[in-house]
Design a protein around this ligand. Structure first.
Ligand SMILES: [Zn+2]
Length: 207
């Protein structure tokens, strides 16, 4: 899938901590109708933080900016920064309606993150794991959570045998029967859906 991100040359204040886990991908809005990644970085620095607290910032026109490096802790959801990455959307979705270009970009980003890095991370809105109204009542939260693959364009990436075996290993680790996976090499989505559906309750991230 065509997937492009913009990586500004950020200057962090201090050293960013490594993140221990990635149980959640947390969706936010900026609560500002128009703003740039650079402005968010300035706002967060003025809070005394190291710099932009999100891992990604998505403009209304669909441009995706990288913020904190993927393996570092963000500053976007109190008490949960050690187990989550944050995606912020430009806009004030307590009152505005999200443009299609931005919605599609967020969905492509979710597919990219789920397929390449965090197949088992749960997609949540900030308000679901923190005390906040974020990302606003007009943010299409449930729609994106349920349909992000369709909005991303529906592409299915091929999975290599080595990747598949790694996934099977992961399924084994969590104690599932893997016979249902036989014959599914090449269909990454099917494998991930299988893993998501068959993960035992104890292994699921809790809210
Ligand atoms: Zn938020």
């Amino acid at each position: 899938m065509a997937f492009i991100t913009i990586s500004p040359d950020w200057h962090w204040n201090g050293t960013l901590a490594q993140r221990a886990y990635t149980d959640y991908i947390v969706l936010h809005h900026a609560e500002a109708s128009t703003c740039t990644a650079r402005q968010v970085d300035e706002w967060h620095k003025s809070n005394g933080w190291s710099g932009i607290g999100y891992h990604f910032f998505v403009r209304k026109d669909g441009r995706i900016y990288r913020g904190r490096p993927l393996d570092k802790q963000g500053a976007h959801v109190s008490g949960m920064n050690n187990c989550s990455i944050g995606i912020c959307a430009e806009g004030k979705y307590s009152t505005e309606t999200m443009p299609d270009a931005q919605k599609k970009a967020i969905c492509q980003l979710l597919v990219y993150l789920k397929d390449n890095y965090y197949p088992n991370a749960k997609i949540v809105g900030h308000k679901e794991i923190g005390s906040s109204d974020c990302p606003g009542r007009n943010y299409p939260l449930e729609d994106i959570k349920q349909n992000y693959r369709a909005y991303a364009g529906g592409e299915v990436d091929e999975v290599t045998k080595a990747e598949f075996e790694k996934l099977v290993e992961r399924v084994n680790e969590i104690g599932n029967d893997i016979t249902a996976l036989e014959g599914k090499v090449g269909k990454k989505n099917e494998v991930y859906n299988y893993i998501d559906k068959n993960m035992p309750e104890w292994a699921k991230p809790t809210i």
